[in-house]
Design a binder for this molecule. Structure first.
Ligand code: CO
Length: 252
C-alpha cells in the first residue's frame, strides 16, 4: 500500500469539493432516470456529457490515462471500467454507472448500480448488500478510526452474505487529483492502516461479486469482468472526514 502523504483539505477546500460532489450527484440522478430497457450505454454517455457541460463542469474520466468517455458503464458481469457502447440494456440487467466531475479545480467521484426493469432476486440482493456495505464503510470514516476500519466494514458486511470483495481495484484519496493517496481497499483487518484525520477526503468504492473475487481485463484494455462470469455491483461516494463525522460530498 502507498505510504505517500495524504493531502489534508481545508474547510474551504471541502466546500469546493462539495460543489463538485453536488454536480456528480445531480448528473448521476439524471442518468438513473434514463436507465430503461432499450436504452444504450452510449445514450447514457451523451446525457452525461450534456449534463456536465450544462453545469460548467468538466468530466473527470475523459482523457484520464487515455480513457475516452465521461462514464464507465459496467453491465452484469462487468466489474468496473466498462465503456459506453451501442450495447442495449435489457430487462433484468444491472448497470453500474461511475461518473466523476472537475469543478473549480477539485474532483468528485461516485458510482451507483441500477437495476434495469425487474431483476432477479439474486441481482437485487447483490445490489442492496453492496450499497449497504458502502453505508457501513462511510460510517467508519471518522477520526479516531484507522483506514482499514473502512475496508473491514465492507468485507465483514458482504462476505457473510456469500458475496466476495474485488481485490484488484480499490478506492482512493481524492482532491485536486482524481486519484490521491491513500488507496482504500474494501477488505482488511480492523485497527490497521493510517489514522483517519479531519480534512482527509476519500472515494470509497466497494466492488462486490456474487461469485469469486477474481477479475480479468478484456482486450479493450479497460473493461474488468468477473473471472467466473457472475454478477458484480459497485457503489461509490466521495466522503470528507470532519470533526462532526463523515460527510458525503456526492449527495444532492
Ligand atoms: Co473512484
Amino acid at each position: 500500500m502507498s505510504r505517500e502523504a495524504i493531502i489534508i483539505k481545508s474547510p474551504d477546500e471541502i466546500e469546493t469539493m462539495r460543489r463538485a460532489g453536488a454536480v456528480v450527484a445531480e448528473v448521476l440522478e439524471v442518468l438513473k432516470g434514463n436507465v430503461r430497457p432499450g436504452a444504450t450505454t452510449l445514450d447514457l454517455e451523451k446525457i452525461a456529457e450534456e449534463e456536465t457541460i450544462k453545469r460548467k463542469a468538466s468530466p473527470a474520466f475523459k482523457g484520464y490515462r487515455g480513457y475516452p468517455f465521461c462514464l464507465c458503464t459496467s453491465v452484469n458481469n462487468e466489474v468496473v471500467h466498462g465503456m459506453p457502447s451501442k450495447k442495449v440494456l435489457k430487462e433484468g440487467d444491472i448497470v453500474s454507472i461511475d461518473y466523476g466531475a472537475l469543478v473549480e479545480g477539485f474532483y468528485g467521484d461516485a458510482a451507483v448500480t441500477v437495476p434495469v426493469g425487474k431483476v432477479s432476486e439474486e441481482a437485487a440482493r447483490l445490489v442492496r448488500v453492496t450499497e449497504e456495505s458502502l453505508g457501513k464503510a462511510i460510517e467508519a470514516a471518522r477520526e479516531g478510526n484507522r483506514l482499514l476500519d473502512i475496508s473491514s466494514a465492507v468485507q465483514s458486511h458482504v462476505e457473510p452474505q456469500g458475496f466476495s470483495v474485488v481485490r484488484e481495484f480499490v478506492g482512493h484519496g481524492i482532491g485536486r487529483e482524481l486519484h490521491e493517496p491513500p488507496q482504500v481497499p474494501n477488505f482488511g483487518i480492523p485497527g490497521r492502516g493510517v489514522k483517519l484525520k479531519t480534512g482527509m477526503v476519500l472515494a470509497i468504492e466497494p466492488m462486490i461479486n456474487s461469485g469469486g473475487w477474481a477479475v480479468k481485463i478484456l482486450a479493450d484494455g479497460w473493461t474488468a469482468v468477473t473471472a467466473d462470469g457472475k454478477l458484480s455491483a459497485h457503489f461509490e461516494h466521495t466522503v470528507a472526514i470532519t470533526p462532526d463525522g463523515p460527510r458525503v460530498l456526492t449527495m444532492i
